[in-house]
Design a protein around this ligand. Structure first.
Ligand code: KG4
Ligand code: ZN
Length: 337
C-alpha cells in the first residue's frame, strides 16, 4: 500500500510553516518562514503583525512545501494543523487554511496540540524511538514533564507554576539589551561566562512542577543593585549563572521523574531544547544513570510543521479527526489523552 501523505501546517506564533510527511516519519519537505526579523525591532512578538504576516505567507509556504516534496496537491491524503496553544489570530490563519484545503480536496482534517507536536519532533530525528518515555517540553510558552505512554496516550506529571523556561530566557535577555529571541543570545553569551560566579536562588516547588519567576526577579534585582552602586556588570557571568540555575532545576526534576516512574528513555522537546548547555547537562545525567537520551535536530526543536504532521499522522491511526467547525484554542491546555 502507498504510504499516507500528510500536509502539516503550523502558525501558532511567529513562524509560518508547512511540511509534507510520507508515512509517520519520513520528511519530504519542511518549509519555515520566520518572522523573527520583523518582530526583533519591537523586542518581542507583536500578535497583530504576526497574524497579518501569516496571512501573506501561508499559501506560498504551503505551495513551496508541496513543490519541494515533489508531490501534487491532489496526492495529499490528510491535513494536520496546530489549533492551540498559541496566539489566537496567528492560529486562526493556519486553521482556516487547513479547513479550506480539507473541504476543497475532500480529505480529513486533524487538530494537533502544539506541545504534543514538539514531543513528536523526536520521532522524526530518531526513527527507532518508541514509547514509553519521559519528555521534558521547554518552549517559549511551556515547561512540562510528560510521560508518553504510547503514541496516543500522555500523562502530565508537572509544569511551570508561572513563567516558562523560554519566557525567562527572553525576559532576562531583554533587560540585558540582547535582541529577541533571547534564548539563543543568552546561550551564546553564557559560553563566555562563569556559571558559578553568581548564586541565584532555586525555586522550591513541589513534585515535578517548575517555577522561574523568582529567579527572574533575583536576576533583575542583581542587575539593578549593581547599577545603583555603579558596579561594573559582567554580563557573560550573569547569563551563565542564570542559565545554569534554570538548567539545574530542569535536569534535576527530569531525572528524578524518570527514576520514580522507572522510565529508561528521556526526550527533550521545544525551542529551549536548542540550548547547548541544557542538551549536554541532561545527556550527561542520563548517561550516569543508563537512561537513553534523545533530542531533536536544531531545525526540529523550534516551531516547524513536520512535527505537527507527525503528531497528526499518529492521531489519524486512531481515526482522531476534526470536523470543519474546528476553532483555534489559544489557551489549549495539556490534558493528556
Ligand atoms: O518552541 P518554540 O520555538 O516556540 C514556542 O512554542 O514557544 O520556543 C521558542 C523559545 C523562545 O523563548 C526562545 O528564546 C527559546 O525557545 N530558545 C532558546 C534557545 N533557542 C530558542 N532558549 C535557550 N537557548 C537556546 N539556544
Ligand atoms: Zn513551540
Amino acid at each position: 500500500m502507498e504510504k499516507i501523505l500528510t500536509l502539516g501546517i503550523e502558525t501558532s506564533c511567529d513562524e509560518t510553516a508547512a511540511a509534507i510527511l510520507r508515512g509517520g516519519r519520513e520528511i519530504l519537505s519542511n518549509v519555515i518562514s520566520t518572522q523573527i526579523p520583523t518582530h526583533q525591532k519591537f523586542g518581542g512578538v507583536v500578535p497583530e503583525i504576526a497574524s497579518r504576516k501569516h496571512i501573506v505567507n501561508i499559501m506560498p509556504v504551503i505551495d513551496e512545501a508541496i513543490s519541494k516534496a515533489g508531490v501534487k496537491l491532489e496526492e495529499i491524503n490528510q491535513i494536520a494543523v496546530t489549533y492551540g496553544p498559541g496566539l489566537v489570530g496567528a492560529l486562526l490563519v493556519g486553521v482556516s487554511a487547513a479547513k479550506a484545503l480539507s473541504f476543497a480536496l475532500k480529505i480529513p482534517l486533524i487538530a494537533v496540540n502544539h506541545l504534543e507536536g514538539h514531543i513528536f519532533a523526536n520521532f522524526l530525528s530518531e526513527p527507532s524511538l518508541e514509547p514509553p518515555f519521559l519528555s521534558l517540553v521547554v518552549s517559549g510558552g511551556h515547561s512540562a514533564l510528560i510521560v508518553q505512554k504510547n503514541y496516543n496516550e500522555f500523562e502530565l506529571l508537572g509544569q511551570t507554576r508561572d513563567d516558562a523556561a523560554g519566557e525567562a530566557f527572553d525576559k532576562i535577555a531583554r533587560v540585558m539589551n540582547l535582541p529577541y529571541p533571547g534564548g539563543p543570545e543568552i546561550d551564546k553569551l553564557a559560553k563566555l561566562g562563569n556559571p558559578d560566579a553568581i548564586k541565584f536562588p532555586h525555586a522550591k516547588v513541589s513534585d515535578f512542577d517548575f517555577s522561574f519567576s523568582g529567579l527572574k526577579s533575583a536576576v533583575l534585582n542583581f542587575l539593578n543593585s549593581a547599577k545603583m552602586k555603579g558596579e561594573e556588570i559582567n554580563f557573560a557571568d550573569v547569563a551563565a549563572s542564570f542559565q545554569k540555575t534554570v538548567i539545574d532545576s530542569l535536569v534535576e526534576k527530569t531525572v528524578l521523574a524518570a527514576e520514580k516512574f522507572q522510565l529508561k528513555k528521556i526526550v527533550l522537546a521545544g525551542g529551549v531544547a536548542a540550548n547547548s548547555s541544557l542538551e549536554s547537562t541532561l545527556r550527561k545525567s542520563c548517561e550516569e544513570r543508563e537512561i537513553k537520551f534523545f533530542y531533536p535536530s536544531k531545525i526540529l526543536c523550534t516551531d516547524n510543521a513536520a512535527m505537527i504532521a507527525c503528531r497528526g499522522y499518529y492521531q489519524s491511526l486512531e481515526k482522531n479527526f476534526a470536523s470543519l467547525d474546528l476553532n483555534a484554542i489559544p489557551n489549549l491546555s495539556f490534558k493528556g489523552a
